[in-house]
Design a binder for this molecule. Structure first.
Ligand SMILES: *[C@@H]1O[C@H](CO)[C@@H](O)[C@H](O)[C@H]1NC(C)=O
Ligand SMILES: *[C@@H]1O[C@H](CO)[C@@H](O)[C@H](O)[C@H]1NC(C)=O
Ligand SMILES: *[C@@H]1O[C@H](CO)[C@@H](O)[C@H](O)[C@H]1NC(C)=O
Ligand SMILES: *[C@@H]1O[C@H](CO)[C@@H](O)[C@H](O)[C@H]1NC(C)=O
Ligand SMILES: *[C@@H]1O[C@H](CO)[C@@H](O)[C@H](O)[C@H]1NC(C)=O
Ligand SMILES: *[C@@H]1O[C@H](CO)[C@@H](O)[C@H](O)[C@H]1NC(C)=O
Length: 538
């Protein structure tokens, strides 16, 4: 399905340490508490799949499981969390789904999703002995906080490459709740202290990894870096973020309309405690109502119905204010973007936003709600003009103007939600902690897909899990807290700072050498977007 293929809104590796299992050719085993877990091996990586790490009571925080006892066979993926149904135009989606790279990122259909979905998958280099202390790369999947699961990518790819590089790592991918199940919002939710449930699921998985092994931990998304006053609590020591930085989200009350709609769409409208009523609904009833909420492939696009918001507990302020306050885990991080972050999110809204007037009205109502034309100034005229040669896919002249405002929407949406927040993040962290930045221009080779350029998640599809040169930088980073290392023949990746603003550029042609470019494009537009989003968060 389209929505679960490409839309990794937040793709992050976190780094931890973990004790290795006992190797065995046929069926590797690992001891957890008093239990023996039996996995499988393909000769390169031993895998332990679908290990449950927490219970997921509906609209409540996760509850860690354990201690484990007995013998458990963990040779198959566990269920994904409930996926938000798409109300999208599906023709294009189906075509993209037929693309071999896209299908690689698709959710599996053989195990139905379940609310009891908090499981994770562990891949270890085959033959690692039980005294090894290997660093761990923890993958947090994307999917616009609406869809996705840990089983859509093959962690064995990373483990195999790490062994070839002589820098072995363990790989863990965890599930977390998405859509309303993970990110229900509203005053009722805030009062009950159950905002940002999906982020709490990730945190519990990180604690599990910590407990299972020992020693230093890992990091999750940028928001995991900002919570808890920037205290990582020993859970992580590095973060590798692909297309996801502290996003400009506001108070959880901004999700009230979605909450009220959900209540109205179920039989909970007359309940005295609506949250309790939602908790008690039959799953199918609730799921049907959740699927009515606007998805990422809808006209409202990146103004997501369900996403992390300021709940006063996990997030005590807007992510960007937390950055300004220095509430940031002081760990090395890599933060990057693809060139054309906004293209896939502009296919549906550009069907109805057809001219300059509609564009202005749409931007003001959908993304900078509360702002006036005067707050916006000359942003739409000067920085994101009605001129396809300035739009995204960038640098393609008048090509790919499939609809009049498509390239313009693609440019501004990609910058507002992904590019400007990334630059803001690295500009405010490089002086506190080792910081690297990248731009990926890897594109689909097929002419059919050329109109989406170096689209959102193309780096995941064409590089990291391919594997490619970014895999090698990742493996070094997991081992050393620095993407540079030996044995790969790659160029040096300099740290980011405000004076040089150097960033690694994964060029279009993957046979061409990498280059270092300056992160100085669209400065004026980014600054204005950042100012607006500080004032008028999503
Ligand atoms: C493991 O088993 C031992 C012996 O039966 C018992 O004393 C201990 O409490 C168990 N530990 C856990 C974590 O279940
Ligand atoms: C595990 O590996 C270490 C380091 O290579 C080695 O010293 C040790 O003997 C090994 N232990 C076992 C049980 O194989
Ligand atoms: C609430 O109660 C009224 C009156 O009994 C009924 O007409 C209405 O359908 C109920 N609404 C919901 C959402 O259950
Ligand atoms: C536009 O497309 C044509 C035909 O594929 C190509 O020759 C030309 O180089 C493209 N222009 C730009 C600016 O990319
Ligand atoms: C880096 O530059 C940006 C933009 O000018 C500025 O907002 C930020 O404060 C600078 N960072 C530091 C650490 O001076
Ligand atoms: C990048 O900036 C440096 C100065 O920091 C400058 O010497 C170099 O020419 C710039 N590179 C490009 C491609 O503009």
């Amino acid at each position: 399905m389209f929505a679960s293929s490409f839309l990794s809104l937040v793709a992050v590796y976190v780094v931890a340490t973990l004790a290795a299992p006992t190797p065995s050719a046929a069926s590797p085993t690992v001891q957890l508490d008093n239990a023996t877990f039996v996995g499988t091996s393909d000769g390169t990586a031993d895998s332990f799949l679908g290990i449950k790490f927490a219970d997921a009571p509906r609209f409540n925080l996760p509850v860690p499981v354990g201690p484990y006892t007995g013998m458990q066979t963990v040779d198959a993926f566990g269920p994904a969390c409930p996926q938000q149904g798409s109300n999208a135009v599906t023709t294009l989606a189906d075509q993209l789904a037929g693309n071999p790279v896209a299908s690689k990122l698709q959710a599996r259909a053989d195990v139905p999703p379940s609310e009891d979905c908090l499981n994770l998958n562990v891949y270890v280099p085959a033959g690692t002995n039980s005294t090894a202390r290997l660093p761990v790369a923890v993958w947090i999947f994307g999917g616009g906080f609406e869809t996705g699961s840990a089983d859509t990518v093959d962690g064995g790819v990373i483990v195999k490459r790490s062994v070839e590089l002589g820098e072995p790592v363990v790989y863990v991918g965890m599930n977390y709740r998405v859509s309303a199940f993970g990110f229900i919002a509203g005053q009722e939710v805030k009062a009950a202290g159950v905002g940002n449930i999906g982020l709490e699921d990730q945190r519990v998985a990180l604690q599990w990894i910590q407990n299972w092994g020992e020693s230093a931990g890992a990091i999750s998304v940028a928001l995991q870096m900002l919570t808890n006053g920037g205290d990582a609590g020993g859970l992580f020591h590095g973060a590798f973020m692909q297309s996801g930085a502290p996003i400009p989200v506001g108070d959880i009350s901004r999700g009230q309309a979605e909450y009220d709609q959900l209540v109205q769409d179920t039989s909970c409208g007359n309940a005295t405690d609506t949250l309790q009523c939602l908790r008690a609904l039959p799953y199918d009833t609730l799921k049907l109502a959740v699927d009515q909420s606007p998805g990422i492939i809808s006209e409202q696009s990146l103004r997501l119905a369900w996403l992390p918001r300021v709940d006063g507990r996990f997030l005590t302020d807007t992510p960007q204010n937390l950055v300004l306050q220095g509430s940031i885990a002081p760990i090395p991080h890599v933060s990057g973007n693809v060139n054309d972050e906004g293209t896939v999110f502009s296919l549906v809204n550009s069907m109805t936003v057809l001219d300059d007037t509609a564009f202005r009205a749409y931007m003001l109502s959908n993304y900078i709600d509360g702002a006036t034309e005067s707050d916006v100034g000359d942003l739409f005229d000067t920085d994101y003009p009605d001129d396809p040669t300035q739009g995204s896919p960038f640098g393609t002249g008048t090509n790919f103007s499939i609809l009049p405002q498509y390239k313009r929407l693609a440019a501004i949406q990609g910058d507002l939600v992904f590019q400007a927040p990334r630059r803001f993040f690295v500009e405010h962290t490089y002086n506190r902690q080792p910081t690297w930045s990248f731009l990926s221009k890897r594109k689909p080779q097929s002419t059919f897909l050329a109109f989406i350029g170096a689209f959102h998640a193309s780096d995941v599809a064409y590089n990291v899990f391919a594997p490619g040169d970014m895999t090698d930088y990742l493996v070094h980073f997991v081992n050393h807290g620095d993407p540079n290392g030996a044995g790969d023949g790659l160029i040096d990746w300099p740290q980011y700072d405000n004076n040089t603003r150097q960033q690694m550029t994964f060029v279009d042609d993957d046979d061409a050498p990498l280059v270092i470019t300056n992160d100085t494009y669209r400065v004026d537009g980014f600054n204005k977007l950042t100012e607006l989003s500080l004032q008028f968060p999503l």
